[in-house]
Write a protein that binds this ligand. Structure first.
Ligand code: NCD
Length: 313
């Protein structure tokens, strides 16, 4: 389990960039244990006893914040949720002053979500706590990619040699970015499918195959991952209308039929039904693993907290 002993250890988890395949594999192996523990109802309440975890969310979140809270509590940490709308940030305090305040409280683990790419990395230089990036702008969302990887590995029995199609708003999605990095690093064929206006300009350098045509991109895929239109990060006019987007890029049964017959459907949430995904596909128990992704999220975050608190990743 601790095969990462020999690897360079990171005190923070700021992105998939900076990790390597053996570190990812040991983290997922540890997370597997937490899946079993969570299912058995027995958790390790002593592991992080006396440690403090602060959830610092400058952007909205349902799954990520709740699962970090659950993960911290299941491991025995004292968990504090700082909601920015009720904090002094609304009174004009800078990110670094907020960081200095949290630092003075001797917190051990700081989970940060921020609309600016790079904000968690900046905080990591200023606080003594281990910083975990829970999503920064369009940059990275490493624990989402790790929970997606765990879901895929459990369902497909491996995490290499698979054809994985990520569809939708690739340009503004930190989930897409972290998944591209992780899944290609592990030896999968990653395709990204988007209209030209939602495809990142530098896609050629990311080691993935871009498609503008959904049917072409889905052909023979083992995994199809749909992503929300990140309107909060978009300049206007990138898509003609949601209706048109759904017609060309919305994942429905008809388009899914081009993927492998046993292809799995994934979505990080929150879903916009009828925009990037059709309910008939999202709710199909034979294909959709969306609820399982949420379950894996708790286990992966427990593994991340465990490793960072004890050894580093
Ligand atoms: C994602 C995020 O915040 O980047 N959500 C999540 O953490 N599950 C995706 C999104 O907001 O669309």
């Amino acid at each position: 389990m601790w095969s990462n002993h020999v690897l360079m250890t990171n005190r923070h988890l700021l992105g998939i960039q900076g990790l390597n395949p053996p570190a990812i594999t040991s983290l997922l192996d540890l997370a597997e244990n937490y899946v079993l523990l969570n299912r058995s109802g027995k958790t390790q309440r002593d592991l992080l006893r006396g440690r403090t975890l602060i959830n610092l969310f400058f952007e909205d979140s349902t799954r990520t914040r709740t699962s970090f809270e659950l993960a911290g509590k299941r491991l025995g940490a004292d968990v504090i949720n700082m909601s920015v709308s009720t904090s002094s940030v609304t009174k004009g305090e800078t990110l670094l002053d907020t960081a200095a305040t949290l630092n003075a409280m001797n917190c051990d683990l700081l989970v940060v979500r921020h609309s600016q790419s790079g904000a968690p990395a900046l905080l990591a230089q200023k606080v003594e706590a281990s910083v975990i990036n829970a999503g920064d702008g369009t940059h990275e969302h490493p624990t989402q990619a790790l929970l997606d990887a765990l879901t895929i590995r459990r369902r497909k029995g491996r995490l290499d040699g698979l054809t994985i199609a990520i569809c939708g708003d690739i340009a503004h999605s930190r989930v897409a970015r972290s998944n591209m990095l992780l899944l290609s690093m592990m030896g999968n064929h990653v395709r990204v499918i988007a209209p030209p206006t939602l495809m990142p300009a530098q896609i050629g350098s990311l080691g993935v195959t871009p498609y503008n045509d959904m049917v072409e991109g889905l052909k023979g895929a083992d995994i199809v991952m749909a992503l929300r239109l990140q309107k909060e990060r978009m300049n206007k006019g990138l898509i003609p209308s949601e209706r048109e987007f759904f017609a060309f890029y919305g994942l429905n049964a008809e388009k899914l039929a081009y993927a492998k017959p046993d292809a799995l459907v994934m979505h990080p949430g929150p879903m916009n039904r009828g925009v990037e995904i059709d309910s008939a596909v999202a709710d199909d128990p034979a294909r959709s693993v969306i609820k399982e992704q949420v379950e894996m999220g708790v286990a992966v975050r427990m593994a991340v907290l465990d490793m960072l608190a004890r050894e580093g990743i």
